[in-house]
Design a protein around this ligand. Structure first.
Ligand SMILES: Cc1ncc(COP(=O)(O)O)c(C=O)c1O
Length: 422
């Protein structure tokens, strides 16, 4: 059932290294389960390859201590591993260690910017621009910031294929009040890949900054934060085959000094006196308390692992081929309506769909009986579903280990759903 059939022509004929999907699959312990699960929920959280689990086990077992406060042998080893992890994670997306903050998740990364930069720079009458496709993590913090500061939250609407219109962005920017444009790099429901470099160019020309939510993009495609020129770029470890409990925020170096701390406490200070405190420089003022140390080592191992299987470009080519196949197969089923761009080239590795006359929770529930794991609901994007005029969707999302055979399994299960509901 889960054969790794050849990729489509487009993936096979580019000069991008191709993935050896069988070799990739052999590295995932969850695929050794006897019940033959078909995991199509990587967009929610990715399964972990052995290399990541082993790295965390080895570090946590034999080299572990708290960091930046000890002089003994384990403390020195932990310091070195943590600092090396930051270098690896930064380099993976074309950033630098001194612009890379470890947080607990991309949700925390965005909250950090909203509280620190936002409360310092966004005031009454200012505008923050987001889009209708945002995950709540990149919506609620801006909504709350605007409420607190007396600013206005404006939404870029989407065309019928789920894409933003740059002309509308230009209209908003022309008003001269926009302080920040915050948008997803890849939508977690529509799959739309937003034209970030173009958005950044237009926003900067108008004096606005840009925050990118890269939660879905970093696991799926090559990302070069420096080339994109975004001011803030956040992502989350558990979607990149890494552990939960760690997120990343890249901040343009020139902005760091003007940003007050978000959380205060140990490790982020320079001098603490009875009545006042001064802050550590650069990224360190944003890492209060003990950071996710084992998780940082695990995330660095995940970056290295993606490199070792062929790199983000190879993963992207494979996932685009799988997405093209899924769009073709799902598109052929009567009563299935896939949301988002219709062409796999312009979208990320996921397909969310509505099924005529069947609630997505029933779809997911019946599909699950076949061992096929998908997600149903609003995927933390309630305003998007409202804008689309549909209550919720069922989402299948893909990864480096996904095969065409697994898409066939999904399609067969959908057939069973349809036969149950007549
Ligand atoms: C586009 C997008 N942004 C943000 C998040 C939130 O990620 P986390 O829960 O790791 O903070 C997700 C998770 O589904 C996502 O898909």
């Amino acid at each position: 059932m889960h054969d790794s059939a050849p990729l489509t022509e487009s993936a096979a004929t580019t000069d991008v290294p191709s993935l050896d999907v069988d070799a990739v699959r052999a590295q995932f312990p969850y695929l050794e389960r006897e019940d033959d699960v078909v995991y199509l929920d990587s967009g929610a959280s990715a399964q972990k390859p052995r290399a990541v689990l082993d790295a965390m086990y080895a570090f946590g077992g034999s080299h572990y201590a708290n960091i930046h406060r000890g002089v003994h042998v384990l403390a020195r080893e932990a310091d070195a591993a943590f600092d090396a992890a930051r270098e690896t994670v930064a380099a993976f997306v074309g950033s630098t260690a001194r612009e890379t903050i470890f947080t607990g998740s991309v949700t925390q990364s965005i909250n950090l910017v909203a509280h620190s930069w936002g409360r310092t720079n966004v005031g009454a009458g200012d505008e923050v621009v987001i889009t209708h496709m945002e995950h709540h993590a990149n919506l609620v913090p801006w909504q709350q910031l605007c409420i607190a500061q007396g600013a206005t939250l404006r939404y870029l609407e989407l065309d019928e294929q789920g894409r933003i219109r740059l002309e509308q962005l230009d209209e908003f920017l022309a008003g001269g009040r926009v302080k920040l444009v915050a948008l997803a790099h890849v939508s977690n429901v529509l799959g739309t890949i937003n034209p970030i470099a173009e958005v950044v160019r237009r926003a900067h020309d108008a004096g606005a900054l840009v925050l990118v939510d890269g939660a879905q993009a970093v696991p799926q495609m090559p990302v070069d934060v420096a080339a994109l020129d975004a001011d803030f770029y956040g992502w989350t470890g558990h979607k990149l085959y890494g552990p939960t409990g760690i997120g990343v925020l890249h901040v343009r170096r020139e902005l760091l000094a003007g940003m007050p701390p978000f959380l205060t406490g140990g490790d982020m200070i320079r001098i603490v006196d009875f009545q006042e405190t001064s802050w550590a420089d650069g990224i360190h003022r944003f890492e209060a308390g003990t950071p996710p140390i084992i998780e940082a080592v695990g995330l660095a191992a995940a970056c290295d692992w993606v490199g070792a299987i062929g790199g983000p470009a190879a993963v992207h080519a494979h996932e685009q081929a799988i997405t093209a196949y899924a769009l073709e197969q799902l598109g052929a089923i009567e009563g299935i309506d896939v949301v988002g761009p219709r062409d796999a080239a312009g979208r990320g590795a996921l397909t969310a769909f509505a099924m005529a006359g069947v609630h997505p929770h029933d779809v997911a529930e019946i599909i699950a009986r076949d061992g096929v794991c998908v997600r149903a609901g609003q995927h933390c994007a309630e305003p998007l579903h409202r804008a689309l005029g549909i209550p919720s969707t069922t989402r299948a999302s893909f990864a480096a280990h996904t095969t065409r055979g697994e898409i066939d399994a999904l399609v067969a299960s959908i057939g069973r759903v349809q036969s149950i509901f007549g």
